[in-house]
Design a protein around this ligand. Structure first.
Ligand code: ELE
Length: 235
């Protein structure tokens, strides 16, 4: 679970909505990073994730289809066994204008590869959760100063992996991390074992060829396997 001070805004306001959202991410343990070339694939993909036991998606703004894909997923009214619905966010958000587009499309959180004050401030203006990428102590410290208490750790694998997160957690015990980039089913447990890790992000359960082919069976199967691995990793 995340700490009581999650969701602290730049002005010090705690948002209950962000706390609840981060708690949900912490419960799911995994954040699938999706690249959609065609918004027509968005809803079948979301249904495959849900069927595999993972009702969450980070739709990356690497493609022009991102906003339409987020809107399609949000509007589809996809239900989950526990009634909590599908959690849809935006990824690869690098400009304030993309924040606007993501929020307008219904994104509930905004992930960036790096730390940009302009992006974080636009997220805070919208009241949407920002998860910017950080990898150094300087970047983590800057994120703290922006009022953030959870960041992405990207690119995790080539930036020291779990050992680096553990080292950063010593001086920054108030910060939580979502490691992404190079996470696989084989190393997932090493990340999830760290108390400062909320969830691990990755694309391995949503391979581009399966998404492009509309191969929902493969996505559902890879997702179910990832969920089982995350469950086996414990808290
Ligand atoms: O561009 C962004 O903002 C991203 O979100 C980057 C992705 O998180 C990673 O590229 C996923 O890494 P893999 O799981 O190794 O494929």
């Amino acid at each position: 679970m995340v700490g009581d001070d999650e969701g602290v805004m730049g002005d010090g306001t705690v948002t209950a909505a962000h706390t609840a959202l981060l708690d949900r991410m912490a419960g799911l343990r995994l954040l699938p990073v999706v690249v959609l070339q065609d918004a027509g694939h968005a809803v079948p993909l979301a249904r495959a994730l849900v069927a595999g036991g993972l009702p969450v998606a980070e739709v990356t703004f690497r493609t022009a289809a991102a906003a339409d894909s987020i809107r399609a997923m949000t509007d589809a009214g996809i239900t989950t066994a526990d009634g909590s619905g599908l959690l849809v966010g935006a990824g690869t958000v690098v400009t304030p204008e993309q924040v606007d587009a993501a929020v307008a499309a219904g994104a509930r959180f905004v992930v960036s590869p790096g730390l940009s004050r302009a992006v974080v401030e636009r997220c805070q203006e919208h009241g949407v959760l920002a998860l910017p990428g950080t990898v150094t102590a300087t970047e983590v410290q800057a994120a703290l100063a922006m009022g953030l208490r959870t960041v992405k750790f990207f690119p995790a694998g080539v930036s020291g992996g779990p050992a680096a997160i553990k080292a950063l957690s010593a001086p920054f015990p108030q910060m939580s991390f979502v490691p992404t980039g190079g996470v696989t089913e084989a190393n997932l447990a090493d990340y999830l074992a760290l108390p400062s890790v909320v969830a691990a992000g990755g694309s391995w359960m949503v391979p581009a060829d399966a998404v492009a082919a509309g191969d929902s069976a493969t996505i559902e199967s890879l997702t179910a396997s990832a969920v089982a691995a995350a469950r086996g990793a414990g808290a």
